[in-house]
Design a binder for this molecule. Sequence first.
Ligand SMILES: Nc1nc2c(ncn2[C@@H]2O[C@H](COP(=O)(O)OP(=O)(O)OP(=O)(O)O)[C@@H](O)[C@H]2O)c(=O)[nH]1
Length: 460
Amino acid sequence: MTDRSTTEQSAYLGQDEAARLKTILEGTRAGTWEWNVQTGETVFNERWAQIIGYTLEELQPISIETWLKFAHPDDLAESEQRLQAHFRGETDYYECEARMRHRNGHWVWVRDYGRLVSRTPEGDPEWVSGTHIDISAARQYQQQLEAVQAEQLETIERLEKMAATIPGVIYQFEMQPDGFMSFPYASAGIERIYGVSPEQVRKDASLIFDKIHPDDLQHVRDTIEASRASGGDWNCEYRVVVDGHVRWVFGQARPEFRDSGSILWHGAILDISAQKELEEKLRQIAITDELTGAANRRQFMELLSREYQRYRRNGPSYAVILFDFDWFKQVNDRFGHNAGDMVLRETTHLVQDSLRASDTFARIGGEEFAILLPDSDQDSAHHLAERLRQTLSEHSFEGPEQCIRGSITCGIAVSCPQDGNAKEIMLRADTALYAGKAAGRNRVMVYDRNLAPARRHAGD
Ligand SMILES: Nc1nc2c(ncn2[C@@H]2O[C@H](COP(=O)(O)OP(=O)(O)OP(=O)(O)O)[C@@H](O)[C@H]2O)c(=O)[nH]1
């Protein structure tokens, strides 16, 4: 401490208490007022006048009317009410916020504190004293803050409304360094997708993971881990099961690596069940024969190709049965095309009833069918073909007017290590079928290298 400040300190402490209190008050920049309720006598300090842009001198003569003249009329009623409550002893202090007209015409907000300091011998309020503190800057700041908050609220409401229109959920998903996961934000749509509320998962994401289809859970975890490790977007299609109801969803999110060490993904999960359903319908249409509902040639060749690849990788042998209606042209000619269609449809049902789930049955041409028998040899294929031939030759196809009887000829071929592609087995089965037709029809013929080559190229 310097000599000078020591001297100042001694001078300050040397003052009497009233003078020191005055110094303290001046330091707070508070306007002071004292008012005799009974006589109307009023005393303000210089600061009181300064707050509204005047000197005390300019406001003379001072009375309670001075306050009433400068205070905002709308605030006076409230002020009066609080003052009376204090006089009645209901409050320890009188406290009020009010506007006062500044010399320049604008309003200044003051916080008005006061206290009754004496009563008349009859007990009526006498002297009241208090302070005015200029809170305009704080009020302005408060108003700006409220405006910003209102704007933020409006933005959130707007986003919530937009979020409600999408078939899914907008969210933030957070992973802590210790692996703990939560959804700090999730739009209301999370209820529709996962059957849980945003509040339920705000602190803990495990409820969501419980709803992911068990077959897809690892995939979801792996893709999240890949996004965490690479910093790339998370993209994932998976199933969600809520109350036994399966729903397909597509999730996409971008990770943000935070200073705290946690990762915050911002993204959306959309319900794509309808799209998946449509995709599945289109896929079914693309692989199904329209007339019979059996697989079509494209699907048959696709599955045959997979079986061939499996066989090449030391998989089990497989067999193909091709069969063709005998004299089908005559069926059409005698009974009409619709009756011919009915025979093809009914044949499909009869054959499908005789197959294993792993077998594939397809209509690969007009009245030509093919059966792919995985994990089968020549004997089992022959046995099945013979059974089908017999079933169909004994069957009466009930037409609108008369019963139709018919027969089929089958050609059989089995997988062969020398096959260079999936089509070769089809050529051999076709050669066997052609030989069966040539030998009189209504029979099963197994491929033999001594048979005459096929009349056409099955599988092309
Ligand atoms: N009703 C119906 N007939 C079809 C369909 N596709 C092909 N056909 C008929 O099947 C017949 C096949 O005749 P062909 O190839 O001469 O054979 P086929 O009369 O069965 O004689 P083989 O096979 O030699 O015993 C033709 O009359 C075709 O019009 C179909 O989708 N519906």
